[in-house]
Ligand binder design. Structure first.
Ligand SMILES: Cc1ncc(COP(=O)(O)O)c(C=O)c1O
Length: 384
């Protein structure tokens, strides 16, 4: 089954869809049954049977089936946010006394959640590369968590090598694949156990949705769906699932457009005298480019560059001068966004984040590359 079919048609030719080009949205909090025996049977299998919105819903299920198929997973479970998926997934895999290994830079709130778990006796260690894992792994390590490309610096990890290393030590691997989307990278086919996503980025694509998903084998998804999904209550709503389904319809086309625009903008920045470096794994100069080409079929358009300055004022002057890039958090939508993370935190916090003052993050949207390059050229003239 190819990705285009999965995105546009999978699960949509059911009799209940009545041939509608967009499937109906099931907006109901509960389902009713012929009798108590049938209800009891459904409750015992609530991860798969429709009982109550907080557990399952047919529209959410359709989004889940498509996302599972895109990730080549047996099953997927959608959540009300990416963090809902990440916190439920990690919680389902660890118990008091366990240890988590975190490889490379990961999304800030993911680290915050691991810190939060310390009060329940779960500890974690951050390591910079696979070579450092051997000395950091412990008797009680259960889980290896990572992103590739990594957060903010977009470093590449050799996914099959990471998965092999973890499997050899009996660890479960969880990878955040939000950056690439399943269109450009399929970690489960490279040995990763579970993939998590924020659907709020490229998958939704229109900056009108917050959602998340975890995908993987039934043996790991079923317990999570019956326990953490039900108890944390971060269920995806059917309307949000309909937005995911809509987003997937255009995802392959949007990703191709994001890739083309992102690479054009990154190449322009790389040649600019005011720019010290560009962190985009699609550039041949990126240290992880060769490995990336081997495990990804394309590159999204979220990357960072470093201005050749230590002055917060100069960085702010460049960012504030931009007209097409709007200042904001999040990424992956139709609109181009800019953020200079060092400027929104205290200097002491920035130092612990490992982010240089001049680091500027761009989410290149769907505007023409030439327009965005012109915008950047004008703003960079402020420091050139
Ligand atoms: C890489 C990554 N993973 C996960 C998340 C969390 O997703 P959400 O905001 O949907 O909870 C984000 C959000 O920015 C992210 O950038």
């Amino acid at each position: 089954m190819d990705d285009a079919w999965i995105c546009g048609r999978l699960g949509e030719d059911e009799p209940w869809a009545l041939g509608a080009v967009n499937p109906p949205i099931f907006e109901n909090s509960l389902f009713t049954f012929a009798g108590m025996a049938e209800l009891g049977e459904a409750i015992r299998n609530e991860d798969e049977r429709y009982v109550y919105w907080r557990g399952t819903n047919p529209t959410v299920d359709l989004a889940q089936r498509k996302l599972a198929a895109l990730e080549r997973a047996e099953r997927a479970k959608c959540f009300a946010s990416g963090m809902g998926a990440i916190s439920a997934t990690i919680s389902s895999l660890v118990s008091a006394g366990d240890h988590v290994l975190v490889l490379g830079a990961v999304y800030g709130p993911t680290t915050q959640f691991l810190r939060y778990l310390e009060k329940f006796g779960v500890t974690h260690t951050h390591v910079a590369d696979l070579g450092a894992c051997d000395s950091a792994v412990k008797e009680n390590t259960r889980l290896l968590y990572f992103e590739s490309p990594s957060y903010m610096r977009y470093e590449i990890f050799d996914i099959p090598a990471v998965a092999r290393w973890a499997a050899g030590r009996g660890l479960v691997t969880v990878m955040d694949n939000t950056w690439s989307t399943p269109i450009f990278q399929k970690p489960l086919t490279m040995g990763v156990d579970l993939v998590v996503h924020s659907l709020s980025k490229y998958a939704g694509g229109h900056s009108d949705l917050v959602g998340g998903v975890v995908a993987g084998p039934s043996r790991l998804i079923r317990p999570l769906a019956l326990t953490e999904y039900q108890l944390y209550g971060a269920a995806m709503s059917p309307h949000d699932a309909a937005k995911v389904i809509r987003g997937l319809r255009t995802l392959p086309v949007r990703m191709a457009a994001h890739q083309e625009r992102g690479l054009a903008v990154a190449a322009f920045l790389e040649g600019h005298p005011a720019v010290r470096r560009v962190n985009h794994p699609g550039l041949p100069s990126h240290p992880g480019h060769r490995v990336a080409k081997g495990q990804m079929s394309g590159f999204s358009s979220l990357f960072s560059f470093e201005l050749d300055t230590e002055s917060r004022e100069e960085v702010a002057a460049v960012v504030d001068e931009l007209r097409h890039f709007r200042v904001g958090v999040s990424w992956g939508g139709f609109e181009s966004l800019v953020n200079a993370p060092a400027l929104s935190v205290e200097e002491s916090v920035r130092a612990t984040m490992g982010v240089p003052v001049g680091l500027v993050r761009l989410s290149v949207g769907l505007e023409p590359a030439a327009t965005l390059i012109e915008d950047l050229a004008g703003a960079l003239a402020r420091v050139a």
